[in-house]
Design a protein around this ligand. Structure first.
Ligand code: SPV
Ligand code: MG
Length: 431
């Protein structure tokens, strides 16, 4: 009896999956791989049911003999273990970025005479509807909100990219890259005060009001499913912050990060070049505690951002604040720095982790950008935020286009570097 292997990464079984199992069954004994949670996340398919539930679901399909866990997106572990005669898959993986995985599987099979079978992808109205329903489920506040905490426990480091509009939200939502045979994607979105202000042509001084900032969140939420971390600046008056917490929770935002500054806030990357006042430990702890008291769900996170290193205070000041803010109820600590090198951030993370093994640490490596995600994770960092890179890449590109059209009195010279309208439209989903 021949062995046929297929890997599933779905939470719902539809006609397409049944078709694959039937095709597989014609060739021999069917073993289904259940892609592990960690691999699913990197594959841009966040699970809505647990790994155990998926295993049970796949086992219940007629014609399935056995279900195994597949930990590696590249199939290496299972192919080595099972040495199937056939690997069966829908032919939708013949295009980038999944093509690299398909090619790799084909090569592995060749080494011992196994065969790859591409089954025409089932694309009927029912299948489309089920895919859409799954996406909608992930976009609902109760699913989206808890997803950040889930990611912290499921992945070595949560990768967050700035978004400030529906379009940038779509870029963060949909960008999947294949590199050295692995797929990767961003886990969550950061609603930066700097970028949300800049895109409106306003300074980053808490001038853009909450109603407008919530509108940005809403625009992004309408077209995405990934969790959102909101840059709450100083949190404003404590009496106002408690309302902000409730609103963000209700919308399905996963976390707010507030910084321990008071008075007129300026962007941290100005450091001591501008006047900035740090709140006292007591003042800021009281704000965190009030926010935690107002919060209604267990999922939402209030993360305390410490500005001591930005304001060139001592490491001990940053650590003392971290301890106090955790005691006041903070669900995480963001430590910021504007140094070009990561030493002081690493020093903080090592010292904090020595005393506190579990409170999530968040960093924003805008200036100390040489450090990799892997290195940050080794020092106990749980969340890395790329806070402004989309805005900073779009701005010079737009400015150059404006300059060149003025210079040449026509648009021909800039056309080669513009995205064709048709390609922009492919990013935007239509019902
Ligand atoms: C933001 O993105 O608005 C931030 C991070 O607060 S930083 O600009 O680095 O201060
Ligand atoms: Mg900010």
């Amino acid at each position: 009896m021949k062995t046929v292997y297929t890997c599933f990464c779905t939470d719902i079984i539809h006609d397409g999956h049944i078709n694959i199992i039937e095709e597989a069954h014609k060739r021999g004994k069917v073993i289904v791989g259940c892609l592990s949670d960690e691999a699913l996340i990197r594959y841009n398919k966040f699970p809505t049911i647990s790994q155990d539930e998926r295993i049970k679901l796949y086992r219940s399909i007629d014609g399935v003999e056995e279900v195994v866990i597949q930990n590696d997106m590249l199939y290496d572990d299972v192919i080595t273990l099972i040495q199937p005669d056939y690997v069966v898959h829908g032919d939708n993986w013949m295009e980038e970025p999944e093509k690299a995985i398909r090619d790799h599987v084909e090569e592995m099979l060749k080494t011992y005479g196994g065969e790859l079978v591409d089954i025409p992808y089932t694309c009927n109205e029912k299948v489309k509807k089920i895919d859409m329903q799954l996406r909608e489920k992930l976009a609902m506040p109760e699913y989206r909100r808890k997803r950040l905490r889930q990611l912290i426990s499921m992945t070595p480091i949560v990768k967050v990219m700035e978004a400030h509009s529906g379009l940038t939200g779509l870029i963060v939502e949909k960008t999947v890259v294949e590199h050295e045979g692995k797929l990767d994607q961003f886990d969550a979105m950061w609603i930066s005060s700097l970028c949300d202000s800049t895109v409106k042509g306003k300074p980053d001084i808490e001038l853009v009001d909450m109603t407008s900032r919530f509108k940005t969140i809403d625009d992004i939420m309408e077209v995405t499913t990934k969790p959102i971390i909101f840059d709450g600046d100083t949190g404003g008056l404590t009496e106002h912050f408690v309302y902000t917490v409730r609103s963000l929770e209700r919308m399905g935002v996963s976390a707010v990060i507030i910084e321990d500054k008071k008075g007129l806030k300026k962007n941290s990357l100005f450091g001591t070049e501008v006047e900035q006042t740090q709140a006292t430990i007591e003042e800021f702890s009281a704000k965190i505690a009030a926010g935690k008291k107002a919060q209604l769900t267990d999922d939402f996170m209030i993360i305390a951002r410490i500005e001591s290193l930005i304001l060139e205070k001592k490491m001990e000041d940053a650590l003392e604040r971290a301890r106090a803010f955790v005691k006041a109820g903070a669900d995480g600590i963001m430590i910021h720095s504007r140094k070009k090198t990561p030493e002081e951030i690493i020093d903080f993370c090592n010292k904090f982790r020595d005393e506190d093994k579990k409170t999530p640490i968040v960093v924003v490596p805008s200036s100390f950008n040489v450090i990799t995600e892997e290195e940050l994770a080794q020092h106990g960092v749980n969340i890395v935020i790329y806070a402004n890179q989309l805005t900073r890449s779009a701005f010079p590109a737009m400015q150059q286009t404006a300059v060149d059209i003025l210079r040449y009195h026509r648009a021909k010279e800039v056309d080669d570097r513009l995205m064709p309208i048709k390609k922009i439209i492919t990013l935007i989903d239509e019902l």
